[in-house]
Design a protein around this ligand. Structure first.
Ligand SMILES: Nc1nc2c(ncn2[C@@H]2O[C@H](COP(=O)(O)OP(=O)(O)OP(=O)(O)O)[C@@H](O)[C@H]2O)c(=O)[nH]1
Ligand SMILES: [Mg+2]
Length: 286
């Protein structure tokens, strides 16, 4: 059976539980697949209500660093602390069918969350189209909001421009890395330093994690010095940028996840949009 977008929006308002989740999934697919056809609806939503969840987290990083495992651990942690919170998790796979892409892995890693009524999970492929992540996200966030999400987490594989694209839509963007995955900090592409609000070194129980944290600390300090020089050259009164914290975690062992939740203001009773640093955060010194 096919549904018009307007019927899906109306149906969502009346439904709850699994029916509501299914309707939100269908709506998300429709909005993402044909954003231009639904521009009017998206614009109407923007007028009628805040079009997005209160907090949107972007999670990006190279394939296999453990983004989905980490999102699973973080969400399970936050659900325990904040019983009222509803969370939408959307994995947007920007890889083309020719270069790979496995959204299936994301679902497997987050299987236990699929049983949670307070969680909406969806995987979407943008098939390697240029700007595909950017075009998909407004629909993703609108459907997540209509479903009732307070927090949306958007995972994208860091290939091409996708991490820069996701940072445009997220309130906080985390770049996830892991030891033993090729060239470590070499992977830090131009511009990434400016989009990352938090660097996460996952698989921190593995050899090489401390070295990666140290490398990253110097890379952040170096980039920050360059940025400060440029800012000072323009105006001496420009506020100096805050350095992104570097969090060492192990998603698999559940280490460092409490501290990570705190960094996003999700550590205690519901207080979105508060950012705090924690003892676990390593700050690059410059
Ligand atoms: N040792 C160790 N392995 C981990 C950790 N977190 C994730 N993994 C493993 O790393 C592999 C990749 O995990 P995913 O969560 O699928 O990684 P991903 O970044 O989401 O991968 P893509 O979505 O394909 O880019 C899996 O085999 C996980 O079990 C960790 O903290 N320690
Ligand atoms: Mg994944």
């Amino acid at each position: 059976m096919t549904y018009g977008v307007k019927e899906l929006v109306a149906g969502l308002a009346e439904a709850d539980g699994v029916v509501r989740t299914r309707a939100a999934g269908r709506l998300m697919t429709a909005l993402v697949e044909r954003p231009d056809a639904h521009r009017e609806l998206l614009e109407a939503l923007q007028v009628a209500m805040p079009p997005r969840p209160a907090l949107v987290l972007g999670v990006t990083g190279a394939p296999g660093v453990g983004k989905s495992t980490l999102v699973d651990a973080l969400v399970a942690n936050v659900l325990r602390r904040l019983p009222e919170l509803k969370i939408a998790i959307v994995a947007v796979d920007p890889t083309s069918p020719f270069t790979g892409g496995a959204v299936l892995g994301d679902r497997v890693r987050m299987m236990r969350l699929a049983l949670e009524e307070r969680v909406f999970i969806r995987s979407l492929a943008t098939r390697g189209e240029l700007g595909g992540v950017c075009r998909a996200v407004p629909g993703v966030l609108a459907a997540a909001k209509l479903w009732g999400a307070d927090l949306a987490i958007v995972e994208t594989v860091g290939v091409g421009q996708s991490e820069i694209e996701i940072a445009r839509h997220a309130d906080r963007t985390c770049v996830v890395m892991a030891p033993g995955l090729g060239d470590g900090v070499q992977w830090l592409k131009a511009g990434l330093m400016e989009v990352a609000d938090v660097f996460i070194v996952n698989k921190s129980e593995r050899d090489g994690a401390d070295a990666l944290v140290a490398q990253l600390t110097s890379a952040v300090a170096l980039a920050a010095r360059g940025l400060r020089r440029r800012l000072r050259a323009n105006t001496s009164s420009a506020p100096l940028p805050k350095l992104p914290p570097i969090m060492a975690v192990s998603a698999e062992l559940g280490r460092g996840i409490d501290a990570l939740a705190e960094v996003f203001g999700l550590g205690g009773p519901l207080s979105l949009h508060t950012s705090s640093t924690t003892e676990n955060a390593t700050h690059a010194q410059s």
